[in-house]
Design a protein around this ligand. Sequence first.
Ligand code: ASP
Ligand code: MG
Length: 454
Amino acid sequence: MAEIELPSPIVAKFGGTSVADFEAMNRSAAIVLSNPDVRLVVLSASAGVTNLLVTLAEGKEPEHRAFHLDEIRRIQYAILDGLNDVPVIREEIDRMLDNIAMLSEAAGLATSHALTDELVSHGELMSTLLFVEVLRQHQVEAQWFDIRKVMRTNDHFGHAEPEITTLKELTHHLLLPRLNEALVITQGFIGSEAKGRTTTLGRGGSDYTAALLGEALNAKRIDIWTDVPGIYTTDPRVVPNAKRIDEISFEEAAEMATFGAKILHPATLLPAVRSDIPVFVGSSKDSLAGGTLVCNKTTNPPLFRAIALRRRQTLLTLHSLNMLQARGFLAEVFNILARHAISVDLITTSEVSVALTMDTTGSTSTSASLLTTSLLTELSSLCRVEVEENLALIALIGNKLSQACGVGKDVFGVLDSFNIRLICYGASSHNLCLLVPGADAEQVVKTLHGNLFG
Ligand code: ASP
Ligand code: MG
């Protein structure tokens, strides 16, 4: 087949709320059709469907199962009902619903991670089928594409890792030729392992799919359409007058994602940074309101860019008199943590103690549940262990912070009425992190935001 070279396309991803119902799907379709450079569309499941499927995968009693199935059917039928005359697609959705019923019955007998992923993948399979039909009613013939043909992953069901080189090869062979023919609609979040079994990339993984496909196709931009019009100086639910950031660098946005800003899946930016592809974040509810562009370099990067808040942090403090002028204590501590697959987040040390918090980003467990009895027993054989819970991590994100003067006054000058349990500063010039009592967290964020962005 003679391959026509595509001009660098835009990959657009729509999250669950942007395909939640018939109206949302129509708004998203209009966004796609307003820009001819959008050649590939990646979708999440309709809002709520993945959660319902996850619950079914846990293996419910028949009456609970029926309730969840009905709920999924209701969400998808409501979209079908908005469409005119769609017997074929209705049949396909019914076939998917039958599959879901069958798989959840199997999960009721014996559940497994592989079965869970197979079951959960139906959310994205259904939303993409429906979206193709919505586009057809806008007089556009789009092609439905099963992303599992190209999204090859390992077999870590539930949080599978894509194989980037294979993905690129398969994308060029199987997906690129189609983009020359038509607009293509495909699924975020799902993939397949070597034996062909369905996998998933972890909750919220559709952003990551879009970024990986953008990278494989050498896209000129990746558009992430969600329900908030961009990235804000802090969570507007905490500080209502938080300001939208028009342009932010990859580094700053990655810090924000790492430190709890929910807007982008933390892994999303990796492919974009690697391949230097700008990422746009906007709201499909109000596409004309603009959004945030995440890119390599921004003009006039400010000292302070944003404040991120991560709640429910656990602090582990290890004291040992043996540490006094000893060598290798920290190495031993880190060995133990590594053996328990714990990734350390913040850390400060003194001559006889070390305090650290644990990174729970991307996992479903809280830091408290990472602290297993066997870990604590092992650490206790080495030193005295203290555990403090219900703390909050506040990260100030900015540029060249560690080279600037007056940072301390700007930050701590307004916090004299708060207890600051721990400070981390200096390893990265992009952040200054504080740990404060959970109950004070919002007030600290408000106070800092008022002073730094007021
Ligand atoms: N539908 C999946 C989830 O809810 C993936 C995504 O929306 O990104 O986690
Ligand atoms: Mg989502």
